[in-house]
Ligand binder design. Sequence first.
Ligand SMILES: NC(=O)c1ccc[n+]([C@@H]2O[C@H](COP(=O)([O-])OP(=O)(O)OC[C@H]3O[C@@H](n4cnc5c(N)ncnc54)[C@H](OP(=O)(O)O)[C@@H]3O)[C@@H](O)[C@H]2O)c1
Length: 252
Amino acid sequence: MQTKLARIAWITGGGSGIGQALTLKLAREGWKVAVSGRRPEALQETARLAAGNVYAYPLDVSDLEAMRQTAARIESELGPLDLVVLNAGMGQFVKLDNLRAETFAAHMRVNYLGVVNGIDAVLAAFRRRHAGHIVIVASVAGYRGVPRAAAYGPTKAALINLAESLRFDLEREGIRISVCNPGFVETPMTAGNRVPMPFLMNLQAATEALYRGIMKQKFEIIFPRRFVLLLKLFRCLPYALYFPVIRKFTGR
Ligand SMILES: NC(=O)c1ccc[n+]([C@@H]2O[C@H](COP(=O)([O-])OP(=O)(O)OC[C@H]3O[C@@H](n4cnc5c(N)ncnc54)[C@H](OP(=O)(O)O)[C@@H]3O)[C@@H](O)[C@H]2O)c1
């Protein structure tokens, strides 16, 4: 009888929130998971919670060389990657009196270029094997401009566009790409938010939705569904309606 080999995943931002919860879910489902993030102790905690099958590879996603070397190390130590979830991200609200170019550059470096670095790091191996699945965690904040998200939103809009653009070439080579656009999810990132968070989703339910979407190899993975569908509707509104509607909902 043939034994089923464990599938292998690499998740960035695996030390907390969505990345940690997805890591634990994949490990429970029998995957071997490499987790990355800047804080080694957070990654070790994810490994401890999983009690096996989770391996810490600390790094900063904005460091391209570290991303390339880590992808190669994971493949040599754990085996060929089947899945990479580029989830690491940061988010700060911007008001006019704290608007600094450095904040925008930091968001681009981590949220956008961090994902590009991840794709660069795995692409050659995925192309050689005509296999592999790249999942990018973007956000509904990338659909249209919303108040106070001037540094965060454009990075997520760029990720959605990146995934759409790459899909044409990757699909032809047998490589899958998905973009995950969550609404609000209960994680450390949203814990300190003082803004209204409609349809705020419990982390466990969000993780199940993300896992199902990955297993089905959907191009776009969304949750909570009703909130995201509403925002998709807003995406189609002309400016004359869009601005008053968003003002009404956000009080801005
Ligand atoms: N929660 C929501 O409502 C929501 C909604 C839409 C989209 N998202 C997206 O979901 C993803 C995960 O966020 P989360 O909500 O789970 O928040 P989180 O708990 O704050 O997770 C973010 C993770 O990214 C890692 N990270 C940040 N900067 C990094 C860097 N330069 N290099 C490597 N790792 C880095 C952090 O670990 P270290 O600090 O150890 O590096 C952390 O584990 C993000 O991309 C976020 O934009 C979240």
